[in-house]
Ligand binder design. Structure first.
Ligand SMILES: NC(=O)c1ccc[n+]([C@@H]2O[C@H](COP(=O)([O-])OP(=O)(O)OC[C@H]3O[C@@H](n4cnc5c(N)ncnc54)[C@H](O)[C@@H]3O)[C@@H](O)[C@H]2O)c1
Length: 256
């Protein structure tokens, strides 16, 4: 089960939701995990959860200095870097495009997209040395769109395009680049998004129904696939935007 034994993985947004589930799964698979979160309290709480050697880093993924420092701290602590998991994301505000302000648009793209530029810029020499991996947490909405959420969906479309383009650029170096595309996963972010809708309770009911497999999952379902994608078992996979969606994108359905 130690499919990530001694691999050093830097994950952003590791202090809640999907990222925290991934950090736990990576530790369970034998990895040494460095994780970035926004505030000291959640970094400490997640560190206590992980237990084994880990590095908790407080920082904002949209700030170049914070990312440079996070990569430096990871190398200083563990001596190498085998994978970067770009997971931190922002989904608010949920509104149609014409109501989205330039500031809101800018913040969504800074956190969800520019952060990948920054982690790649500072992590690249280390990943080149280890023939490592980059994994992005995208979203199914980057492929199929989403009502009332255009700017967020656009950031995830950009993540999908980046995943494929980076995979081509870095394949010759042995660096694999993939993404996972969840549909809905019950996390603080999803709860916040639901509360921003006109009828939150109806939205919570709807979230149970959108996955043909029959339930709204928690982060563990995404973490298991991420663990696979970062392991040697996925050694011939690159440039893949992989739905982990319970079939949410499939065909015509009758909701009855
Ligand atoms: N929850 C879902 O239904 C869902 C579906 C599809 C995709 N996603 C994507 O999965 C990823 C994780 O989502 P989640 O639902 O677990 O979110 P969450 O809000 O529950 O957790 C987000 C994490 O990211 C961190 N974070 C947020 N902004 C940051 C910043 N600027 N700098 C550093 N850290 C920051 C937070 O501290 C937290 O650890 C996001 O990229 C999101 O877009 C989520």
């Amino acid at each position: 089960m130690n499919t990530l034994k001694d691999k050093v993985i830097l994950i952003s947004g590791g202090t809640a939701g999907i990222g925290q589930a991934c950090a736990q799964a990576y530790v369970k698979a034998g990895a040494l995990v460095a994780f970035i979160g926004l505030d000291q309290e959640s970094v400490l709480a997640t560190g206590a959860l992980l237990g084994t050697p880990h590095l908790g880093i407080c920082g904002d993924v949209s700030l170049e200095g914070d990312i440079e420092a996070a990569v430096d701290q990871t190398i200083a602590t563990f001596g190498r870097l085998d994978a970067i998991h770009n997971n931190a994301g922002l989904a608010s505000p949920s509104k149609p495009l014409h109501e989205t302000t330039e500031e809101e648009w800018g913040r969504l793209f800074d956190v969800n997209v520019k952060s990948i530029l920054l982690t790649t810029k500072y992590g690249f020499p280390h990943l080149k040395a280890t023939k490592g991996c980059i994994l992005n947490t995208s979203s199914l909405v980057g492929e199929i769109g989403q009502e009332n959420h255009a700017a967020y969906a656009a950031t995830k479309g950009a993540v999908n395009a980046l995943t494929k383009s980076m995979a081509i650029d870095y394949a010759a170096l042995g660096i694999r680049v993939n993404s996972v595309m969840p549909a809905a996963v019950m996390t603080p972010m999803l709860q916040q998004w639901a509360l921003e809708q006109a009828q939150p309770q109806q939205v919570f009911d709807f979230l149970k129904d959108i996955h043909p497999l029959g339930y709204c999952p928690e982060g563990d379902v995404i973490a298991d696939v991420c663990t696979f994608l970062l392991s040697e078992s996925a050694r011939f996979m690159t440039g893949v935007n992989l739905p982990v969606s319970g079939g949410a994108e499939l065909g015509y359905r009758r909701n009855c």
